[in-house]
Design a protein around this ligand. Structure first.
Ligand SMILES: Nc1ncnc2c1ncn2[C@@H]1O[C@H](COP(=O)(O)OP(=O)(O)OP(=O)(O)O)[C@@H](O)[C@H]1O
Length: 369
């Protein structure tokens, strides 16, 4: 991406974090609400992924509430196996989230490439994600959309959970009851939440069970789709339970048992805590402190020869995009005379709040002083 504007911009590194503090290197991805590019912070030279969402588009898609909730939630979290938020700021057009840069591609990408994960890889994958889920539980957070698309790998082969768009905080004594997430990965109690009792942390562990099966077999255990109805759901799970068990029967018994216990339909009986995991035979001999400290060498390391993402995003940004990021400075300078509506700040104002940029680096410095 051309970055003349960013490069030549003068900026005050001691001031509030903003777009000028970063050099835009290249576009790497596109989600339903925004785009992602690789950036370098000019004062520290650290690399990050910068997600930016057009404010007007957020308002059009009625996504403002969720986006702001995600930003607020991410500010309270930090863990080696999450994609951590470092900075948030905005300008007239966009809301920016600067997060850990993970260049190993998402798990979906590797499944599509038909990577054969060894038992040892699956073991480390599970240990790292279980540590992240345990951390989320300690923060009273339920992710609600754990799936291969939302698990990113770093260049060393460690796993990181991302996309907290539908995550929720669980208040003491209040179980969430809204049907949320991606159907093929949704726990039965979430799928049936409206007629049931609500659900809790164990819902994420069901999704982890589905992901684990998918890593082993490169397909999901149950034929559930975005249009599967509540009444079909139970029948599909009951009818396919035997074939699910059969499909994994050639793996070591301890792994078999683990997958079945993650895919336990009764959330009360489901394996759903780090303690359960640490005591399970499949993890005999695994030192979870070493895992947490990234001292366990990942058996599968994503290829470094190429960026594990689609190069078309870069081309699209340069050719098709009507408001390219690298021309932002000029564009905003032209607009300066015109008053621009700001749906995000308006939304906050109507809720008695103001937009505040976030800077995790500065927070850490202030703590250390
Ligand atoms: N932290 C990151 N490091 C490296 N690449 C990333 C990072 N976050 C996202 N990407 C890339 O950008 C793409 C789009 O990510 P994004 O999170 O915006 O959307 P999504 O998860 O695909 O979709 P949705 O917006 O529907 O959740 C991802 O598929 C991935 O290739």
């Amino acid at each position: 991406m051309g970055n003349q504007a960013a490069r030549s911009a003068s900026f005050d590194a001691s001031g509030e974090v903003n777009f000028d503090h970063f050099q835009i290197l290249r576009a790497i991805g596109k989600g339903s609400f925004g785009k992602v590019c690789i950036v370098q912070k000019k004062d520290t030279n650290k690399m990050y992924a910068m997600k930016y969402m057009n404010k007007a588009m957020c308002a059009e898609k009625e996504a403002i509430k969720n986006v702001l909730a995600e930003v607020e939630l991410l500010q309270s979290l930090e863990h080696p196996f999450l994609v951590n938020l470092w900075f948030t700021f905005d300008d007239e057009e966009d809301l920016f989230m600067v997060v850990d840069l993970l260049l190993g591609g998402d798990l979906r990408y590797h499944l599509q490439k038909e990577v054969k994960f060894t038992i040892q890889s699956v073991r480390l994958f599970l240990a790292e994600i279980c540590l992240a889920l345990d951390y989320l539980r300690s923060k009273k957070v339920l992710h609600r959309d754990l799936k291969p698309d939302n698990i990113l790998m770093d260049e060393d082969g460690h796993y990181h959970i991302t996309d907290f768009n539908v995550a929720t905080s669980i208040e003491e004594g209040h179980s969430p009851t809204s049907v949320c997430g991606t159907r093929p990965y949704m726990a039965p109690e979430v799928f049936e939440a409206k007629k049931g009792q609500g659900y809790s942390y164990s819902a994420d562990w069901w999704s982890l069970g589905i992901c684990t099966f998918e890593i082993l077999k490169n397909r999901r255990p149950y034929d559930i789709h975005s249009n599967t109805t509540v009444s079909e759901f139970r029948r599909i799970i009951t009818d396919s339970h035997k074939s699910m068990c059969h499909a994994i029967s050639s793996y070591p018994e301890s792994l078999n048992d683990l997958v079945k216990r993650l895919l336990e339909t009764d959330p009360e009986k489901r394996l759903s805590s780090l303690k359960d995991i640490q005591q399970h035979e499949f993890f005999t001999g695994m030192n979870f402190d070493d895992v947490l400290n990234r001292k366990v060498q990942p058996p599968f390391i994503p290829s470094k020869d190429h960026l594990n993402c689609d190069p078309t995003f870069e081309l699209e940004e340069m050719i098709v995009e009507s408001k390219p990021l690298h021309k932002k400075k000029k564009r905003l300078a032209k607009q300066n005379s015109k008053p621009i509506s700001d749906p995000i700040r308006d939304y906050l104002e109507s809720n008695g709040k103001v937009f505040e940029p976030y800077d995790r680096e500065r927070k850490k410095d202030t703590k250390e002083e």
